[in-house]
Design a protein. Structure first.
Length: 367
């Protein structure tokens, strides 16, 4: 069988059954999979409000399975293909309700995926419980997994999520409204898709775990929310959808979406992801020279740079030598000190911390 290149799939909504189409996608070619598979709700009767009007829920054929066993076989089939096509550092997100997410989580573990987080999407505007026989279902669960236990290099934009959350660590409970208002796609006044996901949810998923230019695949594309957000965030997308009506809705939706520019899409960078620059490299590069005098921001302490990148203090009673961090800590009588922020220098008649030179060298390296 002739191999199909990944480029043949990119930025398309492909009509068909995901079990068939996934088989044609090349091995280890996808950075992120977001899957919103059928819930398998097992609804036998129509659900009505107290005023006897019909509740428009999920009753389409794509959500119907003969048994739990059939659903499990279906789940295992698409998850096996998902694992094959994920890059070694790729991750997968699966969203579901209490009807299916626990079964899917079990299969993920059985197939060797490594669970990273379960995220609780708390719906700020959930549908009420009309029968009064259970608690109101006000959340869905997302499972985020890496390809296997040994994958330590998966992408997680920690600092970007922290920035999104007013400089607080992003928690695993996300309070977001369901799809509503102008975002809700309607045809002749009726919902185009019964379970259209809000773009805010997909935006957070994609921003947290991908980079610009990454390939994102949605095997149950539905109304095209994943593809739409991916396009806006300048990621490549592949959508697979068996219902031709949803395919048409998605294609029309994508026509009206433009990508953000590169500056807008720049994320707050993780310090761990930036190249490590030792102080000695600043000396080697000539940005600071041996013999240069450094001082703290109050000009209380002074030290001279030595050729090996260490410092020695200019004190009458004693001499302290060592790294920028060690010397700073000794002078402060502290167990630790960030020498990059503590030590300063005159640069072009202005006082700057020596971290200024580290950033300058980083920019030169990345240029």
């Amino acid at each position: 069988m002739e191999k199909i290149e990944i480029n043949n799939f990119l930025n398309r909504i492909i009509p068909g059954n995901c079990l068939d189409i996934l088989k044609d996608i090349p091995d280890t070619s996808i950075d992120l999979i977001f899957a919103d598979p059928p819930y398998n709700l097992q609804i036998n009767n129509n659900l009505r409000r107290p005023n006897n009007t019909l509740v428009k829920g999920v009753n389409e054929d794509w959500d119907k399975f003969e048994s739990f066993d059939d659903y499990d076989k279906f789940t295992i089939s698409w998850l096996k293909q998902a694992k094959r096509i994920l890059k070694d550092n790729g991750t997968i997100w699966v969203i579901g309700s209490y009807h299916n997410i626990f079964r899917i989580g079990s299969k993920l573990q059985d197939l060797g995926f490594w669970l990273l987080n379960d995220i609780i999407w708390i719906k700020s505007n959930p549908m009420p419980n009309f029968r009064g026989r259970r608690f109101t279902n006000a959340h869905e669960t997302l499972i985020w997994s890496s390809k296997n236990k040994n994958n330590k290099n998966y992408n997680f934009n920690y600092n970007a999520m922290k920035s999104l959350n007013d400089e607080l660590q992003m928690r695993s409970d996300w309070i977001l409204p369901t799809c509503r208002g102008r975002e809700r796609i309607k045809i002749n006044g009726k919902k185009a898709h019964s379970t259209q996901k809000p773009e805010a949810l997909l935006s957070r998923v994609i921003l947290s775990s991908t980079k610009v230019g990454d390939i994102i695949l949605d095997p149950f594309s539905g109304s095209g929310t994943t593809a739409s957000v991916a396009k806006r965030l300048n990621r490549k997308f592949i959508g697979i959808e068996k219902d031709i009506n949803y395919v048409m809705v998605s294609k029309q939706r994508l026509k009206n979406i433009s990508s953000f520019d590169s500056e807008t899409l720049s994320l707050t960078e993780s310090k761990k992801s930036r190249p490590r620059i030792p102080f000695g490299q600043i000396i080697e590069s000539g940005l600071l020279k041996p013999g240069t005098i450094l001082f703290d921001n109050k000009k209380k302490y002074f030290a001279k740079i030595r050729a090996d990148g260490s410092l020695t203090t200019l004190l009458l009673d004693k001499s302290i030598s060592g790294s920028i961090h060690k010397v700073g800590a000794s002078l402060l009588g502290s167990t630790s000190c960030n020498g990059w922020d503590f030590w300063h220098y005159y640069d072009d008649k202005k006082i700057v911390p020596i971290d200024y030179f580290r950033e300058k060298l980083r920019n030169e390296i990345n240029a």
